[in-house]
Design a protein. Structure first.
Length: 380
């Protein structure tokens, strides 16, 4: 009887896990639909247009119509592609994006599974998506797809370093890698006020990790057609699309948990505060897409290795100094702001240098023209 009981318990556990993961996938799918509608509406307002209005009230059914279109659209398989790799690549990307949510809590008691090393698990699983993008370009047997896949690997590996360094800094502050402990430690002061430099680095690197504007260089249509997804269509392409929006929501969620106090807040329930903060961060992501132009690949990589990586190591150093000497919290805030101001000043100088150079050239040309006219008048 004991082996039968053991088998019964194991099957029951498997069924419970399957039901939980199915519910999680359904919730994430609904969130993706809401994000696509919200992005179109937000960009529409930024660009002085209405956005979706025809399908359903206020265009709320437009994401569902798009999902149906992608599912029924013809799924083309290039004859020269590696069939196995071509089919597996989107699955790897989607599974990587989905499995991150296994340990992300949305309130103090609501989550799939709480892990004491939750941050370590998230950083480890998120990196697997890089493999899927590289395989997508390689399996397509398309030179533009291969270039896009290699670009994606270079970009994601580069910006993964600052994210890991900031995660280490947050772990040092809270003395834990448990996401619930990190949120609880931000009562009453959130980490965004204590370590603003970490918030900026994590947010910018997160944009690069999910390939959002201005870091969408690895599938830049003007340069490499469609990046690693150039040969994908229909349901296969929709899987990449789904993973991108799940990752976008995950980055916004991690920003909220690590720096904005997660579900902490007065009066309203914790889940309400959590959603308010996450969707506010998502709106900032959409706002940046409608505001900033795309970077060149050399600018993107230079920014990662010359700015983000040194700043990330600086974040660890100032956090260690703060903890070792038991300094007041405002000292860490001050050191963070000093780092931001110094780097911001040099970036500003570099950005305005071409305009200043052009103004100097125009001024010199105007002086030369005036001198020539004066000399001509003297000769006459």
């Amino acid at each position: 009887m004991e082996p039968l009981l053991l088998t019964y318990i194991t099957l029951s556990d498997i069924q419970g896990i399957a039901i939980t993961l199915s519910c999680l996938f359904g919730i994430l799918s609904v969130i993706v639909l809401s994000l696509t509608w919200l992005e179109r509406k937000a960009l529409g307002r930024l660009q002085q247009r209405l956005g979706p209005t025809r399908t359903g009230p206020m265009g709320l059914l437009q994401p569902i119509a798009d999902a149906i279109k992608l599912v029924v659209k013809e799924d083309i398989l290039p004859s020269s592609s590696d069939k196995a790799i071509f089919w597996v690549a989107p699955v790897i990307v989607a599974v990587s994006a989905f499995m991150v949510w296994v340990t992300i809590p949305v309130s103090e008691t609501l989550g799939v599974r709480n892990l004491e090393l939750g941050l370590l698990y998230i950083t480890a699983v998120a990196v697997v998506g890089i493999l899927g993008l590289v395989l997508a370009g390689w399996g397509s047997a398309n030179k533009y797809g291969i270039i896009g896949g290699l670009r994606s690997a270079a970009q994601l590996i580069s910006y993964e370093i600052p994210i890991i360094m900031v995660v280490v800094s947050v772990g040092m502050l809270s003395q834990s890698l448990d996401l619930r402990v990190i949120v609880a430690d931000q009562n009453p002061v959130i980490y965004a006020a204590i370590l603003p430099l970490g918030l900026v680095i994590f947010f910018i690197s997160g944009l690069a990790e999910v390939g959002r504007t201005p870091f969408d260089i690895y599938h830049a249509e003007s340069e490499v057609v469609g990046g690693p997804f150039v040969e994908y269509s229909g349901a296969h392409w929709s899987v990449f699309f789904l993973a991108e929006y799940i990752n976008t929501f995950a980055i916004a969620t991690l920003v909220t948990i690590l720096f904005l106090g997660g579900w902490l807040g007065p009066i309203l329930p914790g889940i309400v505060w959590f959603l308010i903060k996450v969707y506010a961060v998502v709106l900032v992501v959409f706002w940046i897409r409608g505001t900033f132009p795309r970077l060149r690949i050399d600018q993107l990589m230079s920014f990662a290795w010359k700015v983000m990586v040194p700043l990330a190591f600086y974040t660890i150093v100032i956090t260690a100094v703060y903890l070792f000497y038991d300094l007041p919290a405002w000292s860490l805030t001050l050191m963070s702001l000093v780092g931001l101001l110094v780097v911001g000043y040099f970036i500003y100088r570099r950005m305005v240098a071409p305009a200043k150079r052009a103004a100097e050239i125009r001024s010199r040309q105007a002086e030369q023209s005036a001198r020539r006219r004066a000399d001509s008048g003297v000769r006459i």
